[in-house]
Structure formats: structure tokens, C-alpha cells
Design a protein around this ligand. Sequence first.
Ligand code: GUN
Ligand code: FE
Length: 419
Amino acid sequence: MSDFVCHGDILYASDADKMEVFEDSYIVVQGGRTEGIYEVLPEKYAHMPLKDYKRGLIIPAFSDLHIHASQFVQRGVGMDKLLFDWLNDYTFPQEARFASMDYAKPVYDAVVKELIRHGTFHASLFTTIHYDASDYLFHVLEEKGLYAYVGKVNMDMNSPDYLCETTEESLRQTERFLAEHQGTKTVKPILTPRFAPTCSEPLMKGLGELSKKYHCGLQTHLAESLAEVKWTLELFPDYGSDAEIYERNGMLDNGPSIFAHFIFPSQADIDIVRRAGSMMVHCPDATTSVTAGIMPVKALQDKNVPIAVGTDVGACQSTAVYRQVARAVQLSKLKEFFEPEDNGRITFTHAFYMATKAGGSCFGHMGSLEKGYHFNALVIDGLEDDGFTLTPQERAERFCYAGDDRNIVARFIDGREIQ
Ligand code: GUN
Ligand code: FE
């Protein structure tokens, strides 16, 4: 891995309310990590190769903390349904096809290509209940050097016969998945009970034991719809909240816990995830497409609940997580308009932070260009109209609202330029 210097405008969010901007500056990359940012390049770095991006904007790579790789081929389909009909009519029959590797391989190849195309280098992915296909996705991600968690999905009840495991088989295949993927470099296995309604208590208990034995984290859906919350508490009457199921079964102690949606959390849920240091994932387009609710981002942030951004795909239409940055701002304004007491409007800086550094924190020092962070970065350009200049922050905003992969002119993972 060679050391080098990039010149351009440089931007990253160091916190939800702090955008750091360095115009016409140099970023020094050593050993695959940021060494520092300088207005004038120090003499000791003058010998390093220089990549001059001129007015190109150097930003951190994106982090997508909730993506169903298995639903890529159904993105933007069935979006007029609500969650349970969407699952039963589209998602479950489609996911069942991952029993065939002839079906799975091209889909997962396409997903990994899409992540790279859109500059998402840190991702937490759901597959399906199928071992072989999940194993395949894991290896393709690892081969490309992306940072990822991959979870083989668990489902042992309230699921159609064609997409349901016995409790024993679910635990056996999950343990195999964890055991076979130890010692990997950039991709790690993660427990993935689909959501409480499709996972029995014995399964949850067994997953908790595996969490401890293999020291691994958890991803699932939490408090996504009112119907889901109600059904979960009927199915688990001995528990006071959705999050308590994962806490009491020992799944929050051994790695990151990543909870998608969290639209209708109870105070008990909030207390639990805060205690555990869990990461919540806001998926704005999925929220408007199949679940019909808006995550209380600002209120949760005010209570120190960490939040990242996800595309969800398929309950969304695109794997471009930067577009979800724009949507997060838009939805927060709608929420504030209809519920003024919520005071819920968020800034572009806040949303950009969630999709970069906040999400990246689940993988280590990623999602920022601060000293010591992995140089997982993008260079974006071509965002200004002729004769109309924009500041670096305005260009980042323009990219999230109106740009696409054609504006990404360079991509780096660990200081390695990739195509
Ligand atoms: N709840 C249970 N399964 C799913 C899924 O696949 N997508 C979403 N958005 N919610 C779920
Ligand atoms: Fe989801």
C-alpha cells in the first residue's frame, strides 16, 4: 500500500453539528490511513506522489447500516403495500429463490458492484435463511475489501413453509456460519434474527448463547410498525418491550447491535438500546414506502441514541445511500410540520454525519477523514453549473440531492484506489 497525497477541497462531518471544510488543501495518506490535512503541504511530504483533484471534493465513503442484499432485485416493486402484505406478497417468495445458487450468485455479484459504484464501503447486510448463498456474499465482499457485517437470516415461526427453518436447523446453520467465518479480514458474521415475530423464544435463547460463544453482534428490525410492536408483545408476553427480547437473551453484550427503523420505540426500548450502546438505523425511503412512519431522529439524538442511515433495499428503490441523506432531512421537515411539538427538523450536516461517521463507527475508525481514520474516501466532482460556483458544503449537499455515481471520480479503500 503506497503512501500519497491528494489535493482538492476536503470535507467531513466530525459530529452531528460539525462539518469540517478545508478548501484548496492537501490530505496525506500513510499506511492506508489519514495522516493529516494541510493548507500548505509540509516539506517532509513533498516527495510523495500527488493526486491533484483541483476543485474535486474529497469526502469519506458512505456507510449503509441496513441493506437486504437478497432484496436487490425487488427494489422499487410493490411499494403501494404496507409492511406485512409487502413481505408476504413480494419479499418472502422472492427470498425463497436464494435456495438456488444459480439465482443467488448474479444477484449478490450485482449488489457488491452497486455498493462500490455508489461509494458505500461500510455496510451491514441481511441475506436470507440459506447458508450457501450467504456464504457466497460474504466471500465476494471480503474479496473486494469492503467493510461489512453479513448475517444469515433466522426464521422459525410465522413464516411460509417455503421460507421457514426448524429451530434446531436455524441454530445449527447459524453456528456453522459463525464458525466458518472466523478470522476474516474486513467482513464479519453477525446474528440476524429477521424480527421478533418470525423467531421463537428458544431460537432467541440459542442465538444469545452463540453470541457469547463466538463473540458476535446482532442486527434486526425493531419497532418498525405499530402492528409489529403489538404482535411482538402478544407473541412474547413475558417481555416488556421489543428490545428486551434481545437484551434478556444475551444478544447485546458481545458486539455491535444494529436495529433498523426504530420508528415507534417505547421508553423501555430507548433505555435498553442506550445502555447497550446500540446503533439505530434510519431508512427514510423504506419508511415512506412500506411502513408509514417517521423515525423521531432529532428526539432520539437529543437522548443520545446513536443513529446511522440505511437504504434497506428492497423496501426502497436504490442502493445510493447518499440519497437517503437528503431524504432524512426532507422527512424530518415533514415530521416537524405535522407534529410541531416534535421540533424534529435536522440539518444536512446531521444527516451526512449519520451516513458517514456514525455508521462507520460500527466498523472501527471509518467514515471520517480525521487523523488515524482509514482512508476510505471518494472524490466527487461536476456538481456546479457553468458560471455558478458552490461552496464545498453546497457541493456535498448537491451530490446527496441530485448527484449520482457519475459524479464519483475516484474511490479509495484503505488508501487503495479501486474502480
Ligand atoms: N420486517 C421483517 N422483515 C422485513 C424486511 O425484509 N424488510 C423490512 N423493511 N422490514 C421487515
Ligand atoms: Fe429491513
